[in-house]
Design a protein around this ligand. Structure first.
Ligand code: TYD
Length: 199
């Protein structure tokens, strides 16, 4: 059965490393949001550009446009062809960043996210949870996009949002302490992913 797993977490949590590693170890399609399509690359440029002010709702709708296109052109076709998919960020990013972080109404955002995603929800979302202090130490300070340049309170709200979502649906989420070293994180992630049917 094909499996759909999403990796989530704050900036600097190390999820991209884990997502790429898992995809290659399990012969799954690696993909990411925002921006893993031709149109998505353009959307990504706008939505991350710190020099282009936009409202939180506009930001959310751009992310959802990217997601809707990503689901229809990449994720669903792969799953339908029997290939597993590992995505570096997915729907929970919008709820955490634009909902909890920016204050877009959560119920409205959930409804809009349902519209963008349809039935294509991950079987499991892995949250690499990290404190702000550790994330800041790890984060590159040279290029700062719209989110990296947001203040600490924003990133605290994002973290709280992720943990609240994970606590509300424990069977669909797996939370890992991402301050552990990379091998320990990998081992915990692999143990949980082994429970899914990747055959
Ligand atoms: P990216 O360079 O991919 O960073 P990261 O390695 O942290 O994933 O930038 C993606 C940024 O976009 C990241 O700061 C989170 C943000 N984002 C949202 O705010 N909402 C979303 O729905 C998605 C997919 C990402």
């Amino acid at each position: 059965m094909s499996v759909f797993v999403a990796f989530e977490g704050g900036d600097g949590c190390g999820k991209s490393t884990q997502a790429r590693r898992v995809a290659s170890a399990r012969d799954a399609l690696f993909t990411f949001e925002p921006g893993d399509s031709l149109m998505g690359a353009d959307l990504r440029r706008w939505v991350l550009d710190a020099a282009t002010p936009m409202s939180p709702v506009t930001e959310a709708l751009l992310m959802l446009t990217d997601r809707s296109h990503h689901v229809r052109t990449l994720i669903e076709p792969a799953l339908e062809a029997g290939r597993s998919v590992v995505s570096d960020r997915f729907a929970a990013s919008s709820l955490a960043y634009q909902g909890y972080g920016r204050g877009v109404d959560l119920e409205e955002l959930r409804a809009a996210t349902d519209l963008a995603v349809g039935t294509c929800w991950p079987d499991l979302t892995v949250l690499l949870d990290i404190s702000l202090e550790v994330a800041v130490e790890r984060r590159a300070l040279d290029h700062r996009d719209r989110f990296e340049s947001a203040d600490a309170a924003f990133h605290e709200r994002v973290r709280h949002g992720y943990l609240a979502m994970a606590a509300a649906e424990p069977s669909r989420w797996f939370v890992v302490d991402a301050s552990l070293d990379v091998e320990q994180v990998a081992r915990l992630v692999d143990e949980r992913l082994d429970e899914l049917d990747w055959s």
